[in-house]
Write a protein that binds this ligand. Structure first.
Ligand code: PGA
Length: 247
């Protein structure tokens, strides 16, 4: 089976105003002849305008989270159906900032994945261990447990991605060694194959956590690394494009 096309996704988190659409246009301009699939996930209020601004560009738009219901009395929330309606094609789910800050469990993440599928969105499901869990030698067990419990059986014939993001590497400038990344990505692959058979062999496993222009090439060529989920370095077109070009 040929390797999946690398996926490079930028997670803008709670950054970006109208003026940031120019940065997104600059990213799109640099993506004309690149091989990876490139995605920008802006704050939800920018999804529609960014999707329109980049409608004819080789960059897809994603959300950063979505509710598990399609509509309802959930003040302040945004549903997957709304993101899709606004022009998103993908959605990040289960980011550690949601799991920790908003107490999202694997069960909630799995319900959100189902909502994404109903809306026709491709989920990027995040998993990752804390520093305490790694120090206790539990990283593999924690992460493969998250993979098993956050990915519902309904993904068996749908495109999706898993993003391995060690919590301690997010926004810290710290990264695991290449050997640690490969060990984890192989374990995630084994869990995906166990759960989804051949389909699980073809889905990209992204690495995320302090991916920068100076470490992207080494990380992206590691075994079973099928792309990157990039936070801070996705906010500046020149940095993000350097990462895209390293893939
Ligand atoms: P970072 O964030 O690249 O700023 O570490 C990654 C993420 O949280 O997705």
């Amino acid at each position: 089976m040929s390797a999946p096309v690398p996926l490079i996704a930028g997670n803008w988190k709670m950054h970006g105003l109208s003026a940031s659409l120019d940065e997104a246009r600059a990213i799109a301009l640099g993506c004309k002849d690149v091989s990876p699939r490139v995605v920008i996930c802006p704050p939800s209020v920018l999804v529609h305008r960014m999707a329109q601004a980049l409608a004819n560009e080789p960059v897809e738009i994603g959300g950063q989270d979505a509710h598990w219901d399609d509509f309802g009395a959930f003040t302040g929330d945004v549903s997957a159906a709304m993101l899709a309606d606004a022009g998103a094609r993908l959605v990040i789910l289960g980011h550690s900032e949601r799991r920790t800050g908003y107490r999202e469990t694997d069960e909630i993440v799995a319900k959100k994945v189902l909502a994404a599928l109903r809306a026709g969105l491709e989920p990027i499901v995040c998993v990752g261990e804390t520093l305490d869990e790694r120090k206790a030698g539990r990283a593999l067990e924690v992460v493969t447990g998250q993979v098993r419990a956050s990915l519902p059986a309904e993904l068996a014939d749908k495109p999706f991605a898993v993003a391995y993001e060690p919590v301690w590497a997010i926004g810290t400038g710290l990264t695991p060694t290449i050997a640690e990344i490969e060990e984890m990505h192989r374990a995630i692959r084994a869990s995906l194959v166990e759960k989804f058979g051949d389909h699980g062999r073809g889905m990209p496993i992204l690495y995320g956590g302090s991916v920068k222009p100076n470490n992207a090439a080494e990380i992206l060529k590691a075994d079973e690394v099928g792309g990157a989920l990039v936070g801070g370095a996705s906010l500046k077109a020149s940095d993000f494009l350097a990462i895209v070009q390293a893939a």
